[in-house]
Ligand binder design. Sequence first.
Ligand SMILES: NC(=O)CC[C@H](N)C(=O)O
Length: 186
Amino acid sequence: MKIGVLALQGAVSEHLAQLQQCGVTGRPVKTPADLAGLDGLVLPGGESTTIRKLLVRENLLAPLQELVKQGFPIFGTCAGLVLLAQPESLNGIKGTMIRNGFGRQRESFEADINVAGWSKPFHGVFIRAPYFETVGDAAKPLATLPDGRIVAAVQGNILVTAFHPELTADHRFHQYFIDQLVKTAS
Ligand SMILES: NC(=O)CC[C@H](N)C(=O)O
């Protein structure tokens, strides 16, 4: 199994390390040719407007839009969630998404969050994070803050978290992506 990590900006090596923890070799993706032979793709955090510009410049936006249409497994964290939720970007998950949704005072914070079906909470690291107010009928919220903001969700083969699992030692989200999305798709 090969999983790519979009390597235009953001915490690329941390995602590669998490995949390694799951026993999977990751490959940095910088060009359309790097997508060949992959079974799944991770979109790291960073700044979604910058990543989008780089995707256009590197001729990666159209190939990624095509992969989304084909139901290819993609896991987006933070800015990756933003790109997957924007209809004009990757259009991979429907919902009302609020960018930088926690405002200035809570630009960055950490919170233990409960994930549907998991016995132990997951430590969420939020950095200028987005959230979903609501998700579409085809999407399923996986984690919701006590105030109702949706911070992890899945729609078909698209998994998104508003927080950064790659910045913790806990690789359960990467494992979930591999077991529930990548393995069932390939
Ligand atoms: N840590 C992050 O990925 C921040 C995301 C950023 N605020 C955006 O909207 O793109």
